[in-house]
Design a protein around this ligand. Sequence first.
Ligand SMILES: Cc1cc2nc3c(=O)[nH]c(=O)nc-3n(C[C@H](O)[C@H](O)[C@H](O)COP(=O)(O)OP(=O)(O)OC[C@H]3O[C@@H](n4cnc5c(N)ncnc54)[C@H](O)[C@@H]3O)c2cc1C
Length: 316
Amino acid sequence: MVTLLVAEHRNGKLLDSTFEQVTAARKGQGPVHAVLLGQGIANLAPQLSAVGVQVHTVESPALQNETPGAYAKGIEGVAQQVGASVILFGHTTVGYDVAPRLAARHGWALATNVVRLEFAGGHVQAHRAAYGGRVHAEVELQGSPVLLTLQPGAFPAARDARPGGSVSAASVQVSDADTRQKVTGFVQPEATGVDIAQADVVIAVGRGLKDKENVKIADELAKALGGVVAGSRPIVDAGWLPRDRQVGVSGKTVKAKLYIALGISGQVQHISGMKGCEHIVAVNKDPNAPIFKVAHYGVTGDLFKFVPAFLKELQG
Ligand SMILES: Cc1cc2nc3c(=O)[nH]c(=O)nc-3n(C[C@H](O)[C@H](O)[C@H](O)COP(=O)(O)OP(=O)(O)OC[C@H]3O[C@@H](n4cnc5c(N)ncnc54)[C@H](O)[C@@H]3O)c2cc1C
């Protein structure tokens, strides 16, 4: 099967999701092509051809930033040129912006948030995460080409050098007339200089904290243990912690040696970002809180009593 992946890049770097798509594409046993869209992106192409991918660049000022109309035009043009039977995207803002547009426009089958992929008997079978990851749906996609968006991290990134790669400019024209959107700027998330993904000790707080003022309890514990403070999504949404401190499916994945969850219920979207930690301690006053299913040590009780007592022990 001829597979075409849609390469993604930001700030002059190819994203990991692109190399994860390469791994998935190799399962097809056929030629692996990539479409690389943008402006001034020629220097990125060799990194992808080095892993055995036939890269087709589409350069235009209209592709300076991703917009669904311009990207769709470039992708469908290259898909036609290479005779793609499978088109892969990351399940990223680009993937869920552009893939449904192409599927609807051409009547192509689409599976989103794919975590597993098989090419069997000329068909593509995919497992896709549904209901926030609670279940996996198995789907078989009909027709050609079929489109898939791949969950970030579901496939290992392919970085090994392979022969067969090439770089060429695709004869596809994309102009401002192909898009009705204009990107006027980017809002960078507030950088706090703390990377929770790299921390050995993470003190994570949830809605059980009750008030923004109480974040200082977690700060004190983090200070005593040489760790950093992170939080569940509602805490970040409420502005009690910066966006880069969120743990979970729509935040960061942490791999700490010690993870202390204070007043976090442990919904599936949170668990997916911390279940790989070495030692998980949960403090929650509800004995049935799902967090206890993944915790190695559980404290059923009030965090406002536990933390001061624990700090006293540490300081003593
Ligand atoms: C598409 C999508 C993506 C999402 N992504 C994320 C994500 O990346 N990360 C994330 O965290 N969530 C995410 N969520 C939200 C997730 O579903 C939950 O709503 C959220 O994780 C709950 O946060 P919480 O545990 O802080 O709050 P709650 O569920 O309200 O839990 C608060 C807990 O505190 C306990 N508690 C209360 N008082 C005390 C006390 N004094 N002492 C001890 N315990 C106490 C309660 O028993 C309760 O278990 C996402 C949801 C959706 C739909």
